[in-house]
Design a protein around this ligand. Structure first.
Ligand code: FAD
Ligand code: NAD
Length: 405
């Protein structure tokens, strides 16, 4: 009999960390490990708002997978997963198929447009290196065209950001630093540019402490961001968005050259389409992170739904929880191969920190509230901690954030 086959789908936070941890937990003779990902690189989703605004180059956010995993121990396949055939323990790829004894699904998230008319076609989402690069180039193109194109309008310089969750607010934090640079580069008076955030709820950052959210709002307003709160995006067109205030009949049009949708995320469609039992598209898991209905399948990161012991709402999808799950999944795979009992996943929240550009932030770490520079510093520490866990000092030196304010 050959070695048991462990197949990991997706090289995001969950998939990469599971792979790296497996090579530490298992000996070479214990299992054959294969990682599948659609690109040959791993990217840090948590830095994509920076690449999208253009405050960092997108290459800073990514690294070649072969430079991080132990290629003597892990077989890497660059391909796109199409579906999972659980009955035959098989994964169908664009260019072939792979069998498994144990499967780890880490296919991550997709943008959720909630069926809002025109959003798919006319708005950008911060989802991947490719989408971030497109946003940066689109904004820059609008600025470059303004003084050259005879048909250019002032509204070409308006950027609408839909949604004031953490992604929207962090992106705004980068934009307010980038726009002055673009104005200088393309000879555009700063007052011509408008950055408008549209948020359906009456406040920004709904899950955050109010004083921290207010700090973020005041800071961004001081840099020129206009907030339209209690206002929903109802439609997007080539020329802008149609918005409506709660309880109002009146629809307002905001003309804009760029629309970036940060209004929500959902899990990869592949598990639900492959017949897994899901809760809002996410795989329901047992306490040891195996799929409820399949002992041979684990779910990690944004494709998994986990409820706190006492709580009706699941944990929010974050890189933080994906990484912690990965550690447990690697340990539990080792237990299964040895015929031992698996361990129950316990999430230890280390807090949440949001950047408002490079030098300012807000957050709560170990129940302590942080604002301004200390929060920005903490965000960089968290980023570097992940790199350390993934690839050790070498990776921190190559990709880490050392420009500590
Ligand atoms: P992902 O990171 O989404 O990785 C999935 C991987 O699977 C990708 O490599 C993708 O290319 C690959 N893949 C997808 N489909 C296929 C397919 N069909 N075939 C092959 N490969 C495929 N969380 C935090 O904790 N802290 C933060 O500061 C933070 N900042 C964020 C900032 C932004 C702008 C955004 C959008 C999110 C942020 N998050 C943050 C949330 C966090 O990024 C996600 O929760 C996290 O990326 C989930 O990790 P994952 O491994 O499940 O999936
Ligand atoms: P989100 O769901 O947290 O926020 C989306 C926001 O869009 C909400 O405030 C919602 O009210 C608003 N919205 C939805 N429909 C709207 C409409 N039609 N018009 C106007 N507003 C609308 O999504 P996100 O910010 O992309 O975050 C996704 C996940 O990633 C979350 O779990 C978050 O915690 C995580 N994340 C974490 C960090 C961090 O830790 N620093 C950063 C970014 C994202």
């Amino acid at each position: 009999m050959g070695k048991p086959k462990i197949l990991i789908l997706g090289a995001g936070y969950g998939g990469m960390m599971t792979t790296v941890r497996l090579t530490k937990e298992l000996h070479a003779e214990d299992a054959e490990i294969t990682l599948v990902n659609k690109h040959n690189y791993h990217y840090q989703t948590t830095w994509l708002h920076e690449a999208a605004a253009g405050t960092i180059h997108h290459d800073r956010t990514r690294m070649l997978i072969k430079n991080v995993i132990n290629t003597n121990r892990v077989h890497f396949v660059q391909d796109s997963v199409r579906s999972i055939d659980r009955a035959n323990k098989k994964v169908i790829l664009k260019n072939g198929e792979l069998t498994y004894d144990y499967l780890v699904i880490g296919l991550g998230f997709e943008s959720n447009t909630f069926g809002i008319k025109g959003l798919e076609e006319n708005a950008f989402a911060i989802r991947s290196v490719n989408t971030a690069r497109k946003i940066r180039e689109h904004i820059e193109y609008k600025f470059a065209s303004y003084n050259n194109d005879p048909d250019a309008k002032d509204s070409d310089l308006t950027i609408v950001v839909g949604g004031a969750g953490l992604s929207g607010i962090e992106f705004l934090g980068e934009l307010v630093n980038r726009i002055p640079e673009l104005c200088k580069e393309y000879d555009i008076p700063a007052e011509k540019v408008k950055i408008i955030n549209v948020e359906g709820l009456p406040m920004i950052l709904p899950p955050f402490a109010r004083d921290l959210a207010e700090y973020a709002q005041k800071y961004l307003e001081s840099k020129g961001v206009i907030f339209k709160l209690g206002t929903f995006i109802k439609e997007a067109t080539e020329d802008g968005v149609m918005v409506q205030k709660k309880d109002s009949e009146v629809m307002e049009t905001i003309e804009a050259g760029t629309i970036v949708w940060t209004g929500g995320v959902k899990a990869s469609h592949i598990p639900a389409d492959s017949g897994f039992a899901t809760n809002r598209g996410k795989i329901e898991v047992n306490p040891d992170l195996r799929a409820k209905e399949d002992d041979h399948v684990f779910a990690v990161g944004d494709v998994a739904v986990i409820f706190p012991k006492e709580g009706e709402r699941p944990y929010p999808p974050t890189a933080q929880i994906a990484v912690q799950e990965a550690f447990y999944i690697a340990k539990n795979l080792k237990h299964l191969l040895k015929g031992e009992a698996t361990e129950t996943f316990v999430y230890k929240s280390q807090g949440t920190v949001a950047s408002l550009g490079d030098k300012v932030g807000i957050g709560t770490v170990l129940d302590k509230k942080l604002t301004g520079k200390p929060a920005a510093f903490m965000k960089k520490v968290i980023d570097d901690k992940y790199l350390m866990e993934l690839g050790g000092v070498g990776l921190v030196l190559k990709k880490g954030k050392f420009h500590f304010l």
